[in-house]
Write a protein that binds this ligand. Structure first.
Ligand SMILES: Nc1ncnc2c1ncn2[C@@H]1O[C@H](COP(=O)(O)OP(=O)(O)OP(=O)(O)O)[C@@H](O)[C@H]1O
Ligand SMILES: [Mg+2]
Length: 311
């Protein structure tokens, strides 16, 4: 069995947006993230992907639920020292490399921020040495250190964001749509950089994405979210081959096909949550329909899905 790096248990994040309204951005999700894997998280805009990531990493306090990092509860009472330790282990890369880099700081200071906070360099010289190494690691160079973010292209800025995340030697990185704001021609380069870094450093990723073909390429497993709930979780190939939840089927039917002939006959499958026709007493939860393939469903649907997948 692969080692569990993170265990997310019944995580909830409700936002109070003026009583009595409550946005249930994340509404009880449970999943594990294994050491060294890339777990892709997909779903339409507003389904709660970013909020899930931000809550895991503690940018928000969870409304309910637990996040365990190597068996240790990340949320709950923590001393400043313990919090600092977790902050170092878990880093985030953001979608918008323009907004996430302080325009008034040099690249060196941006990258070294975490080094300074965590006291990872003994002196100025060592600090700059680390910055130079990090620039090289992400495909930039020494000469870039004293420049400002506006002097760089989108792809280069994202590399700076990656260097900043790597500076504290994290084990887990949440990449929240790290390539969506980039030119298509640059996207593959950044994805390949992330993959290379993962191989070299044994990093674990939660990769949040819109682009379903890119997420298939980068992910070992993929989770599908719908309205704050995780509705399906499976190895990447399995999910594309045997999507079971009707929402997953709908989502996958939206991917354009490379072959123009088949693309012309592609049909979008709409999803209407009423198809489930759940009664009040039915217990809904993630159930394992084949090894490693989980679907959020009732007992009755569980039997149907299992029969379908055998065929
Ligand atoms: N700070 C907040 N306060 C109130 N509501 C919020 C807050 N952040 C997110 N929401 C709401 O929570 C829901 C989930 O938002 P979230 O940003 O997590 O979705 P997402 O899946 O990341 O969407 P996208 O694909 O557009 O990035 C949405 O309804 C959003 O409006
Ligand atoms: Mg988002």
């Amino acid at each position: 069995m692969p080692e569990k790096l993170l265990e997310i248990k019944n995580l909830k994040q409700y936002f109070n947006v003026g009583k009595p309204n409550m946005v249930k951005a994340v509404d009880g999700v449970t999943f594990d993230i294994y050491k060294g894997e890339t777990l892709g998280l997909v779903g339409e805009s507003g389904c709660g992907k970013s909020t899930t990531g931000r809550t895991i990493i503690r940018l928000y306090d969870a409304t309910e639920g637990e996040v365990l990092f190597k068996g240790e509860n990340v949320h709950g009472k923590k001393s400043p020292k313990e919090l600092k330790k977790f902050n170092r282990k878990m880093q985030m890369i953001f979608q918008d490399p323009y907004a996430s880099l302080n325009p008034r700081m040099t690249v060196a200071d941006i990258i070294a921020e975490g080094i300074d906070i965590h006291g990872l360099a003994k002196n100025k010289q060592e600090r700059m040495q680390r910055v130079y190494e990090l620039l090289e690691t992400v495909g930039l160079n020494k000469e870039h250190a004293n420049r400002y973010p506006h002097e760089f292209s989108g792809g280069q800025r994202q590399r700076i964001g990656i260097a900043r995340a790597l500076a504290v030697e994290p084990e887990f990185i949440i990449a929240d749509e790290p390539i969506s704001a980039l030119d298509v021609s640059i996207q593959a380069q950044v994805v390949n950089l992330l993959k290379k870094l993962q191989r070299e450093k044994g990093l674990t990723y939660l990769f949040i994405a819109h682009d379903l073909s890119m997420v298939k390429y980068i992910s070992d497993r993929i989770g599908v979210m719908y309205f704050g709930k995780l509705v399906e979780l499976a190895p990447a190939n399995e999910l594309y081959k045997n999507p079971m939840h009707p929402y997953t089927k709908s989502l996958l039917s939206a991917i354009p096909l490379p072959d123009p002939e088949t693309e012309r006959t592609r049909r979008r499958i709409p999803y209407d949550p009423r198809v489930h026709n759940y009664s009040d007493d039915e217990q809904l939860k993630m159930r394992e329909i084949s090894p490693g393939h989980f679907v959020y469903c009732s007992e009755k649907e569980f039997a149907q899905y299992k029969a379908q997948i055998k065929k």
